[in-house]
Design a protein around this ligand. Structure first.
Ligand SMILES: Nc1ncnc2c1ncn2[C@@H]1O[C@H](COP(=O)(O)OP(=O)(O)OP(=O)(O)O)[C@@H](O)[C@H]1O
Length: 587
């Protein structure tokens, strides 16, 4: 129960609802207990009427009174049971909602390394499956425990009052029932966890094959994929059947034990009646109702125990994530002004998971409002520089200074608010194009959206779609071409009008002519903003105020286009190569 203590703050938050729920639960049980007592009463008056002890009028009046009590109590009991669920089960839903949000907020705070170290399926499971299991503890488990406890205490007192010996014999099978249900529930849980694992394997496989459908089709590997799917589905089916086998035992066991208890009541009660130890046959009827009333709550003891164990295990998994301290911390609560002057002083950076040293003693400065272009071979560390400016990772050595303040000492929210980042792999959400652009500025007007799209040179493409800016993009923007996706992603950054614009090779999928036009527009919109352009093309870099050339994490060349084309080295080679490619394209 140690892990579940995490929920105490929520129980405290909803204490009024819970308290009302507890009172209603107790009251509901009390009303439902009227039935057996008045059933016994009916037996008694029937016996008295038969033996002539009471007149027909008195018999009718007493019978009517008993029936009215039974019906009235049942109605009130039913209404209270409705409210019992409305209070306690609702509280469990509130707690589920709060806990999901708490976990999601924590996910948002955690750094990219966390996402690399944990599989998406696991992250999803903790926020859905595990929170769901914890809810079963916060609601049903608590409700059934109060229910069972109240019923048990009251019923046992009534039963002992009526016949202590009969009580002993009738409740004897109940603990056995509880233990059996507990064992069954545990086995059900074990097998349903395996079923869940198979289901998640199956859904991951299906999701991946849908995402990569074009590759599957192009390579003609549909039959292999279908075979793999079949074998996973077969495993899943076998596990489901094995689960169903254990589940099938649940109700027969209940019926068997209820039957045994009923038989004991009839046999022992009958003997006691014959021996004159109990006065009325009504007591036997009353006991039979009690036994039936007790069976389900007693069975729930086993069920609830297993629910609590599952919830404890799930909360443990949730707590593991909740306890993780975000690697990237916002140490500054006050607002910090960002002007966009960026300096790297001897910065080295190694990725934890791969141990790859992506940057080795990199130093440069970009003044506020200037444009820096970063050129270099693939894997030379260009994207890493952009990630470090956005503080997606913290550096190992050296310092990054923005506005004369070390990056760690800036308010992280202000820093990221002032960055417009266009990643290499443009990610678009399954939403309209308009909303995808507005992602950069939530309250942007339609005109601003159009203006940004025009600057990113994608407006003409968008208006050609039937629904224009309201065109909804499929999963990962499947209806757009690579170049269109990149340009929508650029529009998203432009509309934000941030102090720092980071473009990570985001023109790679557009032709050089469009690239030229976009760069011209970017020149216009990035006036006064610090712009860093990562590219493999000299055409993207040539107008920058400064160009650095990276090789294996180190700066190997630095200067302007004019100075670099005059110097022997990577940049000049690249320039000449791309120049000859352009010339041969044109001829
Ligand atoms: N998230 C990551 N985790 C671990 N290693 C990484 C990660 N990102 C990059 N690396 C490694 O760091 C090195 C630099 O990568 P980076 O993406 O910065 O290069 P790049 O110059 O932008 O390459 P490209 O032009 O292909 O985009 C590479 O060796 C890469 O494998």
């Amino acid at each position: 129960m140690k892990e579940l203590q995490h929920l105490n703050k929520y129980f405290l938050k909803y204490k009024t609802h819970l308290l009302i729920g507890v009172v209603i639960t107790i009251a509901a049980r009390i009303f439902l207990l009227y039935t057996p007592r008045y059933v016994k009463q009916i037996f008694v008056v029937v016996g008295e009427a038969k033996s002539g002890k009471i007149t027909q009028e008195v018999f009718k009046a007493e019978l009517l009174e008993a029936i009215l009590y039974i019906v009235g109590a049942a109605i009130i009991g039913a209404i209270l049971t409705f409210f019992m669920r409305q209070t306690i089960i609702n509280v469990s839903r509130y707690i589920e909602f709060d806990l999901k949000n708490e976990v999601y907020e924590q996910y948002q705070k955690l750094s990219l390394n966390f996402y690399k170290n944990n599989r998406t399926g696991d992250l999803m499971n903790r926020i859905t499956e595990d929170v769901g299991r914890v809810r079963m503890y916060a609601g049903p488990a608590i409700m059934y425990s109060i229910n069972t406890f109240t019923l048990f205490v009251i019923v046992i007192i009534y039963m002992i009052n009526a016949s202590p010996k009969l009580t002993l014999y009738t409740v004897l099978p109940l603990p056995i029932l509880s233990v059996i249900i507990y064992k069954l529930s545990k086995e059900i849980h074990k097998r349903s966890t395996i079923v869940q694992e198979y289901l998640s394997k199956l859904s991951t496989f299906t999701q991946e094959s849908f995402s990569g459908i074009s590759v599957i089709k192009a390579y003609g590997i549909e039959p292999q994929t279908a075979t793999n799917f079949k074998s996973l589905a077969l495993g899943s089916k076998e596990k489901q059947i094995s689960l169903a086998k254990v589940q099938a035992w649940f109700f027969p066991m209940m019926i068997l034990l209820i039957g045994t208890s009923n038989l004991l009541v009839i046999y022992i009660g009958g003997m006691q009646y014959i021996n004159g130890e109990i006065e009325s046959l009504g007591t036997i009827a009353e006991f039979i109702i009690y036994v039936n009333m007790l069976t389900w709550p007693v069975a729930t003891v086993g069920w609830v125990t297993s629910i609590v164990q599952q919830a404890e295990a799930s909360q443990k998994r949730i707590n593991e994530f909740l306890k993780i301290e975000p690697e990237i911390k916002n140490a500054v609560a006050t607002h910090t002004e960002i002007t966009g002057d960026i300096t790297f002083n001897n910065v080295s950076f190694t990725y934890d998971d791969t141990n790859i040293q992506a940057l080795k003693g990199v130093s440069f400065n970009v003044k506020a409002g200037e444009t820096l272009a970063i050129i270099g071979k693939t894997g030379s560390g260009k994207s890493t520089i952009l990630d470090l400016i956005g503080r997606l990772y913290d550096i190992n050595e050296g310092s990054i200074v923005i506005n004369e303040t070390k990056i760690e000492d800036l308010n992280l929210i202000d820093l990221r608010d002032n960055i417009g980042y266009v990643p290499q792999d443009a990610f678009l959400f399954s939403d309209s194009i308009k909303n995808n652009i507005k992602f950069g500025k939530e309250n942007a007007t339609d005109n601003e959206v159009i203006e940004a799209a025009k600057n990113a040179h994608v407006h003409k493409n968008i208006v050609k779609f039937n629904n224009g800016y309201d065109t909804v993009l499929g999963e990962r923007g499947i209806t757009l071409s690579g170049g269109q996706k990149q340009r929508v992603s650029i529009a998203r950054a432009i509309i934000k009008s941030p102090k720092i614009l980071l473009f990570d090779d985001c023109l790679s999928a557009v032709d050089t002519e469009t690239e030229e036009k976009i760069l011209k527009n970017l020149n216009k919109v990035s006036k006064g903003k610090t712009t860093i352009i990562v590219s493999h093309r000299v055409s993207s870099a040539k107008n920058a105020d400064k160009i650095i050339v990276l090789d294996d994490g180190k700066i190997v060349q630095e200067g302007t286009h004019e100075t670099l084309v005059d110097t022997e080295g990577y940049y000049k080679h690249l320039f000449l190569k791309q120049l000859s490619e352009t010339n041969s394209d044109e001829s």
